[in-house]
Design a protein around this ligand. Structure first.
Ligand code: SF4
Ligand code: SF4
Length: 685
């Protein structure tokens, strides 16, 4: 006898089911279409062409769950639900195809295989949904969101249980000869028979219809559910993720826009309303699955400040996402549009450090930083609303060329003291040192400049500093939302660099490096920009510098721990050069904190926070310093002036003097090196 069974056994009228099925398919399709149209109709903004992850890798990630940490409960239940759901979808499609005439799909060995698959998948889906329910009940979530997630899971659990019960009833009533393959249904049918629970045609038919209607409603609801629509948008967002983050996406040139013809579309000044969201930002809002992983490395959230990147995305999706039918017709729901900044809350908006830790950990490829920057722009450019300390830093920048307000004459005295040339001495071979705000005064910064200059002299590298360039690159204005001031500053710097004939620029500050490398080209700059860590690593490799503590009569720095600055690591991918330099200096690879490289914890000084003290509770720098001191290192090495000052400040707040020295790697390298024996090499030439 060929294995198989009658489809829709004892179910009448089958036409009703067919209509319901088509209705579900139409609602499902229209639901997705509505979301896709909403995403595509986002406002276009300048984007740099960049290599993206692509669908193949995004789907491989989804299939392997590689963005989940192994062994974590969320990974286990997501694997069960994901594969359970997919397998049942395949079985259902085969049933439909068989019903439509391809009867071979539900006969013989294929039938037995599909039956077995349905059993395993159903059991896996049920187990996964139960685990997910327990996980969701445990997590702190806002009331409405918890309700929506829990209801989706309860529906899924009901669908699995009712499916198994329908099967058990059918097996008992039809005396199915292939019952052994439906091992869960078979077991349940025995249980029903022995416990005396109703086994009757009426009960079977009622349960069948209930199961079918709830399943179809669930499918139709998927694109309308904020918790389920990530099914499509999360892989789509991951596929669209830039392989190298675009640290400074180009903005409209405000000057050229001011001169634009009347009648042209007004310039996009950040995100004033939901209509200003770009297609990528819209897809980000739909991709979020409310998992909360972005909160784990967020320096603001982890130190009790009023920002949760998860909640910010959900709030933004709630206020600026595609409107539900009820909202569109205004049925009992307030239709007045709140601005994105209000929806997220201004305190959350200004608490962000732009560190990108959230983006790096997000399994759905949500990009938080462009959203935060766009909301800040709208607040500053359109409303003039920003924290007073930030406004003061911007006034200083506009007045004195640096956000600290240090008078130009005072901050350039060191140029003469150090005997630094102010124009190229070696023609094309001369490197322009981009000093930026390091020139603004305090001893800590001057120590770093002095080490940098000595190293170049030892390496025999020709360099100079342009007096008018020893000022801010404009980064504080950009991250604090004043794009107008940023562009004014940036254009002035680009102009004077071009007039001086600068071709090669050496930068130490990771913030300046990101701006010079990624933002200036969009405003017309065309220079080679190199970071000091890459430069001095090459100088060591090529023998321009030699580590020789004996010749200097110095003992080693001891064990060194290294802190990754967000703007050098997560933004620029420069993780290895500073580590390799420190390994050369101390003889061993630096100690690694549990949170390092992409998963490093921000010092709290990014996103303009170096200039404004908004920290209500614990400071991120104190939390990070504690973690680094816990490694037992004798030196904590940094690679950014902001991190350096933040840790120095955190160290001063400790009850006792910290047991480790805090130093820039440039200082350590300078202390341990002598001129190398190599002649003129690539770097110098
Ligand atoms: S960029 Fe950093 S500070 Fe801002 S939300 Fe993300 S993790 Fe938090
Ligand atoms: S933004 Fe990403 S990490 Fe954060 S809750 Fe949403 S999906 Fe999870």
């Amino acid at each position: 006898m060929t294995a198989g069974r009658e489809l829709f056994w004892q179910i009448e009228p089958q036409e009703v089911f067919s209509w319901l099925r088509w209705a579900a398919v139409v609602v499902f399709g229209l639901g997705w279409l509505r979301l896709l149209v909403w995403v595509r109709s986002g406002r276009q903004a300048g984007e740099l062409p960049t290599v993206r992850l692509g669908w193949v890798r995004a789907l491989a990630e989804a299939a392997l769950h590689s963005r989940f940490k192994p062994g974590v409960a969320a990974r286990i239940w997501h694997v069960l639900v994901f594969y359970g759901f997919l397998s049942l979808l395949v079985v259902t499609l085969c049933v439909m195809a068989s019903h439509a005439g391809m009867s071979f799909l539900f006969r013989g060995k294929i039938y037995l295989g599909l039956t077995l698959l349905a059993e395993v998948a159903g059991a896996g889906l049920l187990a996964g949904a139960l685990l997910a329910l327990a996980d969701s009940l445990r997590r702190p979530r806002e009331g409405r969101r918890k309700f929506e997630k829990v209801s989706a899971l309860l529906l899924l659990i009901f669908i699995c249980l009712s499916g198994f019960l329908v099967e058990a009833e059918r097996i008992a009533l039809a005396a199915d000869p292939w019952r052994g393959w439906s091992f869960v249904g078979n077991f349940l049918s025995h249980l029903l028979a022995t416990s005396g629970v109703a086994v009757s045609m009426g009960f079977y038919e009622t349960l069948w219809w209930l199961h079918a209607v709830v399943s179809l409603c669930f499918v139709a609801w998927i694109p309308f559910s904020t918790g389920l629509r990530h099914l499509l948008f999360a892989p789509a967002r991951r596929a669209d993720t830039a392989l190298r983050p675009v640290s400074q996406p180009p903005q409209a040139d405000l000057n050229s826009v001011r001169l634009a013809e009347p009648g042209l579309e007004p310039v996009r000044l950040g995100m004033r309303a939901s209509r200003d969201l770009t297609p990528r930002q819209r897809a980000s809002l739909l991709a979020c699955m409310d998992c909360g992983r972005c909160e784990r490395l967020c320096p603001a959230f982890q130190t009790g400040q009023p920002l949760s990147p998860r909640k910010a995305i959900r709030d933004l999706a709630g206020s600026s996402g595609p409107q539900s039918l009820l909202r569109r017709v205004g049925l009992g729901i307030d239709r007045s549009e709140v601005s994105p900044a209000e929806a997220v809350s201004r305190s959350a908006l200004w608490a962000c450090r732009l560190c990108r830790a959230c983006e790096e950990t997000c399994p759905a490829g949500v990009e938080h930083v462009p959203l935060v920057l766009d909301m800040r722009r709208a607040e500053v450019l359109c409303q003039g609303r920003l924290p007073e300390a930030a406004a003061q830093a911007l006034r200083n920048l506009a007045r004195t060329g640096n956000p600290y307000g240090a008078p130009p004459a005072e901050r350039l005295r060191w140029l003469k003291d150090e005997g630094i040339p102010e124009k190229p001495v070696g023609g094309q071979s001369s490197w322009l040192l981009w000093i930026g705000c390091l020139a603004s005064g305090d001893d800590l910064k001057l120590r770093v400049i002095s080490a940098w200059v000595s190293l170049l002299r030892k390496a025999g590298v020709s360099f100079y500093v342009l007096r008018e360039q020893a000022s801010c690159c404009g980064e504080p204005a950009r991250v604090l939302g004043d794009e107008d001031l940023f562009q004014t500053v940036a254009k002035s710097r680009i102009r004077s660099l071009a007039q001086a004939g600068a071709e090669k620029i050496l930068v130490h500050c990771p913030h300046c490096y990101s701006i010079l490398r990624d933002a200036y080209p969009a405003l017309g700059a065309d220079f080679l920009v190199v970071h000091t860590s890459a430069f001095f690593r090459q100088a060591l490799q090529e023998g321009l510098l030699r580590v020789s503590p004996e010749e200097q009569g110095k003992s080693g720095p001891g064990r060194v721990a290294y802190h990754d600055p967000c703007f050098l690591g997560r933004y620029q991918g420069l993780y290895d050069p500073p580590r390799e330099i420190l390994a050369a200096v101390s003889g061993v690879y630096p100690l690694e904190a549990a949170r390092h490289r992409k998963g490093s914890f921000c010092c709290g000084g990014g996103g303009g926070h170096f200039f404004m003290d908004l920290d209500a509770g614990e400071r991120p720098a104190s939390r990070r310093l504690e973690e680094l001191l816990g490694l037992g290192a004798e030196v904590l090495s940094v690679s950014c002036g902001f991190c350096h000052a933040m840790f120095d400040d955190a160290a001063r707040r400790l009850a006792e003097a910290p047991p480790a020295r805090i130093a820039d790697w440039l200082e350590l390298l300078q202390e341990r090196t002598v001129p190398g024996s190599a002649g003129k090499a690539l770097l110098a030439g």
